[in-house]
Design a protein around this ligand. Sequence first.
Ligand SMILES: NC(=O)c1ccc[n+]([C@@H]2O[C@H](COP(=O)([O-])OP(=O)(O)OC[C@H]3O[C@@H](n4cnc5c(N)ncnc54)[C@H](OP(=O)(O)O)[C@@H]3O)[C@@H](O)[C@H]2O)c1
Length: 287
Amino acid sequence: MDLTIVGCGYVGLTLAERLQPRRPKLTLKLTTTSSERLEQLSPLADQVEVCDATDPTQLLSALRKSSSAVFCLGPKGDRQVDANGYRHTFVDSFRCLKTLLPQLTDLRQIVYTSSCSVYGDAQGGWVDEQTPPKPSRGHGDVLLESEQLLSDIGDRRVCILRLGALYGPGRDLDRRLRGLAGLERPGSGAAYSNWLHVADAAGALEAALSAEWDGVVNVVNDEPIRLRDLVGRSLRRQGLATVRWLGQEEPGAGGRRIRNTRLKQLGYQLQHPSLDQSGVFAASQVP
Ligand SMILES: NC(=O)c1ccc[n+]([C@@H]2O[C@H](COP(=O)([O-])OP(=O)(O)OC[C@H]3O[C@@H](n4cnc5c(N)ncnc54)[C@H](OP(=O)(O)O)[C@@H]3O)[C@@H](O)[C@H]2O)c1
């Protein structure tokens, strides 16, 4: 397989590291938008190229000899970007890809890491891949439009992985939640969230490539968790004061519980089926 990973941030880099044992049989190309990262990425790949996926010349060069491409894009920088920033990263990149397809005759397989946020709020109900997406306006809309651009590609195998919220090394949940200790928060914390260890994001991507999955697949762990349980468990384990929820839930704040039945049917076995098993709430965090 000749694979290009477009976007080597948290997920793309974890995938590249995971694929190392498959080289040199696997020919791997990585992209970055910044020349400063070329040195960091070059030990992991046969080739590393500077590529902004909205630039047709750079994207064509990145994909020209590839049989498979994984798109792990995300807006650049730490700050929250608005919907236009999202649109530029995702929609403009996939529009660019579509214009190039006639020249990309070797490219047979495209895998894209989308997000479960396309489902929008389901008032705490269960959703699966058959549930019509109802994203919120703005960011969720853009992600759904991006998915549709790819789904409309008729003559290549396209797989869209809808990832849950990511955690793992470098994005430790306890550290992220510590700042809430002892605070008062609006609502009751009843909203569900759905989590995914980055190792499982990379694991599912590798499986999607190897077994040639197509269509939409939810990639989340087995346990949707209410915000109050997530925060409460983390703070207790760290020996910190819990949050006081003030009540009065906002309408449309129930979240959703994402089913991963299709992921299991495709044969994928989660390495981190729940947050507890992953060591996120590890007792070692207690001072
Ligand atoms: N993070 C989450 O919790 C989460 C949850 C659900 C779904 N997802 C999905 O997974 C994707 C990847 O997440 P992540 O956490 O790995 O994101 P990330 O760490 O922010 O990495 C995104 C990478 O995309 C590259 N990039 C940005 N704009 C680009 C462009 N125009 N052309 C080519 N590459 C570009 C950047 O490359 P350089 O750094 O080299 O410039 C960056 O490293 C998300 O965008 C989303 O669709 C993420």
